[in-house]
Design a protein around this ligand. Structure first.
Ligand code: FAD
Ligand code: NAD
Length: 475
């Protein structure tokens, strides 16, 4: 290990490690310090996303959806299966294998890009020096021309329901359960609550989700949120809105949750309680006095549009800075900063960051919701196409949901695309590309889509914006 680098990245999650790799590709000498600790105490690069977030949750979502389909949907295809059993140990082992392959893959990527991966803690000192504490506890002071802070985020605690790691758990705990709880409570009907609530519901838990707000998924388009709630309720997810939790106590392995809703004080007894009320930036022991890096009132590291902090040549990316807490947003910021440092062009278009909720049906969107467009005062038109009218969706037996496209009435620019339905997370990529290139709905209308594909639903929604849909009556 040398002690001087062009770039030191602190944090090896999906914001930090891609930044380090791009810096290496740009011919810069680079080290990436990361202090992730797995449940067995071992280290792995990849941060929350690979170790305890995106990847393990999607592995369990996939497995549990297969269980659901085998139980509820195979018969309609003419497939009869008797005695379907869930082997949770194998399901968890598959998930662990995927996580391991993904995190170990980073080591190979680091090697190829000549990145020095340094397991341990990093603390920024004044003057772009970094105190590196290795896993053996030894401290070394490293120097860099540029430092990228990518320290990520941690779950937001809830005072009235403190996590104890057994009965009351956070999202990581909810990914690691060794048995299916009979009754599962979730505080927070956000992305984690819905995804992990779905996993355990499909595997047999009775799931109650307590949401403080009266509105369901307020960040999504209203019509999509309404459609989603309808499907989740049908699946047996008991989502209770306007539920303010005042306490949670454990007695004989049962969690008694006290909350108040519109009807007054309520109680709920569950075997496991997941607290998923959001995440907050992680900056613990990251910044020494006098670095010049400042935090905003919510604890995020303050940065400009190009992720520069107030300190010279110190940058910050990912969940520890403003913007949506999404792996792909962090990745683009890490790559942008590494390119800017090397003197190349770099930018992130925050208007086209897609959001995906990996439930069934899947939910995905990019750009403005109808409510936001309406509030802006800009005249607009809406094109909508239900998956019920898609030949491919019918063949897949996945006809729930629709594609909704919003375009400006004046110049036809696509302002937002909202999808609830099969493979929505994949379909949204076309809308992101369209918006990245400022496409009009006519551009999408004139683009040939293969038949029969789910992507035809986006094509038809674009046509419907001008009342030209072919496969569904225009309104
Ligand atoms: P992190 O992934 O949190 O990584 C930060 C890393 O820095 C960690 O390894 C941490 O240990 C290390 N670190 C912190 N401080 C220091 C220090 N001082 N020295 C050394 N190392 C340090 N997002 C999506 O886009 N899609 C999804 O499907 C998705 N699913 C999710 C599911 C769950 C259950 C959760 C919890 C999150 C999910 N997210 C998803 C969000 C996603 O995981 C985060 O947005 C993403 O991980 C943020 O990346 P990051 O690199 O900024 O931070
Ligand atoms: P979230 O912000 O998505 O949802 C938190 C929910 O909890 C909100 O609906 C909020 O109103 C509610 N809430 C807050 N305080 C509450 C209280 N005291 N009682 C009841 N409800 C309360 O946060 P999350 O689900 O914890 O996820 C954290 C982050 O991880 C999010 O920013 C999300 O973007 C990211 N994530 C993304 C994905 C994905 O991209 N598919 C998946 C999981 C997590």
């Amino acid at each position: 290990m040398t002690d001087t680098y062009d770039v030191i990245v602190i944090g090896g999650g999906p914001a930090g490690y891609p930044g380090a790799i791009r810096a290496g590709q740009n011919g810069l000498s680079v080290a990436c310090i990361d202090d992730w600790k797995n449940l067995d105490g071992g280290h792995a690069f990849g941060g929350t996303c690979l170790n305890a977030g995106c990847i393990p949750s999607k592995a369990l979502l996939e497995s549990s959806e297969l269980v659901h389909r085998a139980r509820e949907e195979f018969a309609v295809h003419g497939i009869k299966l008797a005695g379907i059993e869930v082997d949770l140990k194998q399901m968890q082992a598959r998930k662990a294998g995927i996580v391991k392959a993904s995190t170990q893959g980073i080591l190979a990527l680091f090697k190829a890009a000549k990145v020095a991966g340094l397991p341990g803690h990093g603390r920024l000192l004044p003057g772009r020096k970094v105190e590196y504490t290795g896993l053996d506890g030894n401290k070394t002071v490293l120097t860099a021309k540029h430092v990228i802070l990518a320290s990520g985020s941690v779950p937001t605690p809830l005072k009235s329901a403190p996590v104890n790691g057994r009965e009351i758990i956070d999202s990581w705990g909810a990914l690691e359960l060794g048995s299916v709880p009979k009754r599962l409570g979730v505080i927070g009907a956000g992305v984690i609550g819905l995804e992990l609530g779905s996993v355990w519901r499909r595997l047999g838990s009775e799931v109650v989700v307590l949401e403080a707000l009266d509105a369901f998924l307020p960040m999504a388009d209203g019509q999509v949120a309404k459609e989603a709630l309808k499907h989740f309720k049908k699946q047996g997810l008991d989502v209770r809105l306007g539920a303010k939790v005042s306490g949670a106590s454990v007695k004989d392995g049962v969690v008694e949750v006290a909350y108040t809703d519109a009807k007054g004080p309520q109680t709920l007894a569950v075997d496991r309680l997941v607290v998923a009320i959001g995440r907050r930036p992680q900056t613990l022991a990251l910044l020494a006095e006098g670095t010049g890096v400042t935090l905003d009132e919510r604890g995020f590291i303050k940065v400009d549009d190009e992720c520069r902090t107030g300190a010279e040549n110190v940058w910050a990316v990912g969940d520890c800075v403003r913007g949506p807490m999404l792996a792909h947003k962090g990745k683009e910021e890490g790559v942008m900063v590494a390119d800017l440092i090397a003197g190349h062009h770099g930018e992130v278009n925050y208007k086209t960051v897609p959001s995906v909720i990996y439930t069934a049906p899947e939910i995905a969107w990019v750009g403005l919701t109808e409510e936001q467009v309406k509030a802006s005062g800009r005249p607009y038109k809406v094109g909508q196409f239900p998956f019920l009218a898609s030949g491919r969706a019918r063949a897949m037996e996945s006809t729930a949901g629709f594609v909704k496209l919003i375009a400006a009435s004046d110049d036809d620019e696509v302002l937002g695309v909202h999808i609830i339905g099969p493979m929505a997370g994949e379909l949204i990529a076309e809308a992101v590309l369209a918006m990245e290139y400022s496409a009009s709905s006519e551009d999408l209308q004139r683009t040939i889509h293969a038949h029969p594909t789910l992507s035809e639903a986006l094509h038809e929604a674009a046509l419907a914006a001008d009342k030209k849909a072919i496969d569904f009556p225009n309104r």
